[in-house]
Design a protein around this ligand. Structure first.
Ligand code: SF4
Ligand code: SF4
Length: 61
């Protein structure tokens, strides 16, 4: 259970700062989500925060 980031990411960094569990970091080409850390924001928010703030809709299930 994790979201992932696709190659339309523009590396703006917005998602990294809103993730409640620190699952997001800058990768080699664009930002990445650690699938072992992402909890889909369950227990923290009603919806995945990375997807909510991403300007390019690059955080997907
Ligand atoms: S869905 Fe939530 S926990 Fe998972 S990477 Fe996005 S902000 Fe972090
Ligand atoms: S918010 Fe979207 S565009 Fe910005 S770094 Fe995260 S995935 Fe990439």
């Amino acid at each position: 259970m994790a979201l992932h980031i696709v190659d339309t990411c523009i590396s703006c960094g917005a998602c990294e700062s809103v993730c409640p569990v620190g699952a997001i970091s800058q990768g080699d080409e664009f930002y990445v989500i650690d699938p072992d850390v992402c909890v889909e924001c369950e227990g923290y928010f009603d919806e995945p925060q990375c997807a909510a703030v991403c300007p390019t809709d690059s955080c997907v299930k």
